[in-house]
Design a protein around this ligand. Structure first.
Ligand code: NAI
Length: 669
C-alpha cells in the first residue's frame, strides 16, 4: 500500500515499503497539468527531498484524468517581454531536467493521455517511459508550431533516444505519435493497457535493464554524419518555409547539430540564438494564432447541449463527408438522399476515412460504420438533435425541404443549412418559426478543414447558435460565428484573391509563377492550384454569387469551363493533373510585388468583413482566415499583418492604398 509522505501544492510524493516512490503531478486550480514556474520550482523541492533520502526507484505519473503534462505554461510565455526572460525560462527547465536525468536512482515516466512539449522533455529525462495504450495518449514536441524550440533537453535527448532522422521529423513538424508508435520507434519502453500500467511501471523501473542502443545507422547520423544530416534537414525545411518567416525550425537543426541540443550554448549574435527567435515577430504571431484557436474552442462552451444523433440530408460531396465525420466522432448519423444508390458512394468514402483515422483498427471501423445509417426515407429527422441540409444549391428545393422538416423534427432540434451562397433569410421564410434556421457551413474537404462557420441569419435564435457551436466542438472542429452575408467570411475573402490571381494569368503571367509567389509568402497552396482543386465550374458560380454582375470572370476561365476542363476532377484546368498532382513547368522569376498585388484584395475584403460586422472583431477575422484558408500563420492573420505593416516584409499597405478604391467600387460584397 502506498503511504502519503510529502504533499506540495502541485506534486505529491508517496513511498512504498520496498523503497519505490511515486510522484504524482496534479497542478492546482487547473484541469490540465502544465509546467508553470511554480510547478517547476516545486519539482526542484521534490528533488531536494529525494536527494535527502533517495528512493530505490521513482515513478512519475499524473493524477489528472485529462492526461500527463500538456507542456510549459503558454500564458506565462506569452507574458514575457524580453529575450532575457526567455533565457531564464529555458535555463530553468534545462537545469532542472539535467538534474532529474542525473539522479542516482532509476526513474520512469508513466504516460497516460497527452504528453507534450515540456511534458515529453521531462519524460525523456527519466531513464524509462511507459505509455498507456489509449486513444488519448499522444507524445509530441510541438514547440515549433509556436515559433519556439524544445529547449528543456528535448533537442538533446530525443535524437539520442530514437535517432536523429525521426527526432528531427517530430521536432520540425510538431506532429504527435500515439502509444503504439511511441513503443515502435523506441520512444517508450513499453506500451500497456490501463489495467496493468502500475504493475508494468513497477516492474520496469526496478528491472535494471539498460536502454537499448540506437541502430548503427542512427548512431552514425548522430556522430560523424551529423553535419550532412543537418544540411539535408535544412534543405527540406527550406522547401517548406523561409527562414525569415519561420526561424525556429532552422534554429532547432543548428542547436542539435552545432550545440548538442543546448539552446543556452548558442551565443547571442548567432542566427539560431534564443534572442533572435524571441525578437522575430513570428514567435509573437504564432502565439497569437494559438490564442485565437483557444478562443474559437471556447465558443459553445456555455451551451448545455450534448448532441447524440445527427440527421444529414444530401449525401453528395459535402453531406456525405459531414455524415462521415460525425460518425467518426461517435455520433449516430442518419444519412438521407433521394435514393439508396446516391447514398452508397458516401458510405464507401466514409469507410476509407475510418480506415485511415482508426489506423485499420477493425473494431473501431466497424463501430463507426454501424453508427452511419443510410436513411433514404428520412425517418431519422424525427429523432435527431441536429439536422443538417446539404442538398443542391437550389432555393425552392431547400425551402420545400425545411417546410417539411419543421413539421417533423423535434421542437428543440437544430435546423441548419450548409448553403454557401443562398440567403438564410430567404430559405427561412418557409418556416413558421424562422428563428429556428441557422447555417453550419463546412469546408471541402470536410475531414481536413478545421474551421466551420456558424452562420446567424437575421432572425436566428441565439441559444440555437450556441448549441450549433457546441455541436461543431463535438466534431473537434473550430466554430467561427459569422453573420449571414454573401460568402460569409472565408469565401468572401478567398473569392477576390483567386480572381486577382486569375487576372494575372490572363495578363500572361504563368500559373506556376503566380503560385510560386504565394507559396513563398506562406500560403499552403498557390491560388491557381486552389481554383483547379475547387473546380473551375464552382469558381465561376461562386464568383457570380459573390460579385453579382459587377466583375466579369476572366475569359480563360470561361473558355476552360466551356471546354469541360474543370480542373483536378476532370484531369485538366489551368494545369494538367496527373496522379492528383498538377504537372508544372519550372517557374520563372517572380516579378517584384506580385504576391502583394494578389493578396491586396484578400486583405481589403477581410477589412471590409470586419467593418460590416460579418465577424465580431479583427481577431476573429484573423482566426477565420487562418483556419479557413491556411493564410500564412507566421503573419498572425491578415488584420494583424495589415496592422503591423512595419514588420511585414512586403509593402502591402502601399499596394492596398493604390488598389483599394477600384476594388471596393467593383466588388459589391
Ligand atoms: P452535391 O451535388 O455533391 O450533392 C447534393 C446531393 O443532394 C445529391 O446527392 C442529391 O441527390 C441530393 N439531393 C438533392 N435534393 C434532395 C432532396 N430534396 N432530398 C434529399 N437529397 C437531395 O452538392 P454539394 O457540393 O455536396 O453541395 C451541397 C450543399 O453544400 C450546397 O448547398 C452547397 O452550396 C454547399 N457547400 C458546398 C461546398 C463544396 O465545396 N461543394 C462547400 C461548402 C458548402
Amino acid at each position: 500500500m502506498k503511504q502519503p509522505e510529502n504533499k506540495w501544492q502541485h506534486w505529491t510524493l508517496r513511498r512504498e515499503a520496498d523503497g519505490l516512490a511515486w510522484l504524482e503531478i496534479d497542478k492546482a486550480n487547473s484541469t490540465t497539468n502544465s509546467l508553470s514556474a511554480a510547478v517547476m520550482e516545486e519539482l526542484g523541492c521534490v528533488l531536494d527531498t529525494l536527494d535527502a533520502r533517495p528512493p530505490a526507484a521513482l515513478v512519475i505519473a499524473s493524477a489528472k484524468a485529462a492526461g500527463f503534462i500538456a507542456g510549459a505554461d503558454i500564458d506565462e510565455f506569452s507574458r514575457m517581454d524580453s529575450a532575457a526572460d526567455a533565457r531564464v525560462m529555458v535555463a530553468r527547465g534545462w537545469t532542472l531536467f539535467e538534474r532529474l536525468a542525473d539522479v542516482s536512482y532509476p526513474t520512469l515516466a508513466l504516460i497516460r493521455g497527452h504528453c507534450l512539449g515540456g511534458g515529453l522533455e521531462l519524460a525523456l529525462a527519466c531513464r524509462y517511459r511507459i505509455v498507456v495504450d489509449e486513444p488519448g495518449t499522444k507524445l509530441a514536441l510541438p514547440e515549433v508550431m509556436l515559433g519556439i524550440v524544445p529547449g528543456w533537453g528535448g533537442m538533446k535527448r530525443l535524437p539520442d533516444r530514437i535517432g536523429p532522422a525521426l527526432a528531427l521529423d517530430l521536432m520540425l513538424t510538431g506532429k504527435a505519435v500515439d502509444a503504439k508508435k511511441a513503443k515502435r520507434i523506441g520512444l517508450a519502453d513499453d506500451c500497456v493497457p490501463p489495467r496493468v500500467m502500475e504493475n508494468a511501471a513497477r516492474m520496469r523501473v526496478r528491472s535494471g535493464s539498460a536502454n537499448p542502443p540506437l541502430p548503427w545507422m542512427a548512431r552514425l547520423m548522430n556522430g560523424p554524419l551529423q553535419a550532412k544530416v543537418a544540411d539535408k534537414a535544412r534543405k527540406q525545411v527550406a522547401g517548406r518555409a523561409r527562414r525569415e518567416h519561420y526561424p525556429a525550425p532552422y534554429a532547432i537543426i543548428d542547436m542539435w547539430a552545432r550545440f548538442e541540443g543546448n539552446a543556452l550554448a548558442v551565443p547571442a549574435g548567432d542566427p539560431a540564438a534564443l534572442e533572435t527567435i524571441f525578437a522575430s515577430p513570428t514567435t509573437r504571431n504564432l502565439l497569437r494564432v494559438y490564442h485565437l484557436q483557444e478562443r474559437l474552442k471556447g465558443f459553445g462552451k456555455g451551451a448545455d447541449f450534448v448532441p447524440r444523433h445527427v440527421h444529414v440530408i444530401g449525401a453528395g460531396v459535402m453531406g456525405g463527408d459531414i455524415a462521415a465525420v460525425c460518425a467518426q466522432r461517435g455520433l449516430t448519423v442518419t444519412l438521407q438522399d433521394q435514393t439508396v444508390e446516391r447514398i452508397a458512394p458516401a458510405i464507401a468514402r466514409a469507410a476509407k476515412l475510418f480506415e485511415r483515422r482508426f489506423k485499420g483498427d477493425r473494431r473501431l471501423v466497424r463501430f463507426a460504420l454501424d453508427r452511419l445509417i443510410p436513411d433514404p426515407q428520412g425517418h431519422g429527422a424525427v429523432r435527431a438533435d441536429v439536422i443538417i441540409e446539404a442538398i443542391f444549391e437550389n432555393l425552392d428545393a431547400k425551402r420545400a425541404l425545411f417546410a417539411d422538416l419543421e413539421r417533423r423534427a423535434r421542437p428543440d432540434a437544430i435546423l441548419a443549412s450548409n448553403t454557401s451562397s443562398l440567403k438564410l433569410e430567404d430559405i427561412a421564410t418557409c418556416l413558421s418559426d424562422p428563428g429556428r434556421l441557422l447555417g453550419i457551413h463546412f469546408f471541402n474537404p470536410v475531414a481536413m478543414m478545421p474551421l466551420v462557420e456558424v452562420v446567424a441569419g437575421e432572425q436566428s435564435d441565439v441559444l440555437a447558435l450556441q448549441r450549433a457551436a457546441a455541436f461543431v466542438r463535438k466534431l473537434d472542429k473550430l466554430p467561427l460565428p459569422v453573420k449571414s452575408a454573401p460568402g460569409f467570411l472565408v469565401n468572401a475573402v478567398l473569392g477576390p484573391y483567386m480572381l486577382e490571381a486569375l487576372r494575372c494569368v490572363e495578363e500572361g503571367i504563368a500559373p506556376e509563377v503566380v503560385d510560386a509567389a504565394l507559396v513563398d509568402f506562406g500560403m499552403p497552396m498557390g491560388p491557381v492550384e486552389l481554383v483547379d482543386t475547387v473546380g473551375l465550374d464552382i469558381a465561376v458560380a461562386a464568383g457570380k454569387a459573390l460579385a453579382g454582375a459587377g466583375a466579369a470572370p476572366p475569359q480563360k476561365l470561361l473558355a476552360l469551363v466551356s471546354a469541360g476542363k474543370l480542373g483536378k476532377k476532370t484531369g485538366e484546368g489551368y494545369y494538367r493533373w496527373k496522379d492528383d498532382k498538377p504537372v508544372r513547368a519550372t517557374a520563372g522569376a517572380v516579378p517584384a510585388g506580385l504576391a502583394d498585388r494578389i493578396l491586396a484584395p484578400l486583405l481589403s475584403a477581410t477589412r471590409r468583413c470586419v467593418a460590416d460586422g460579418v465577424v465580431a472583431d479583427a481577431d476573429l477575422a484573423d482566426a477565420g482566415v487562418i483556419f479557413g484558408t491556411g493564410f500564412a500563420p507566421w503573419s498572425g492573420g491578415p488584420m494583424n499583418y495589415l496592422q503591423r505593416g512595419a514588420n511585414a516584409p512586403l509593402g502591402v499597405d502601399s499596394v492596398l492604398a493604390e488598389r483599394n478604391p477600384p476594388l471596393i467600387q467593383q466588388d459589391p460584397i
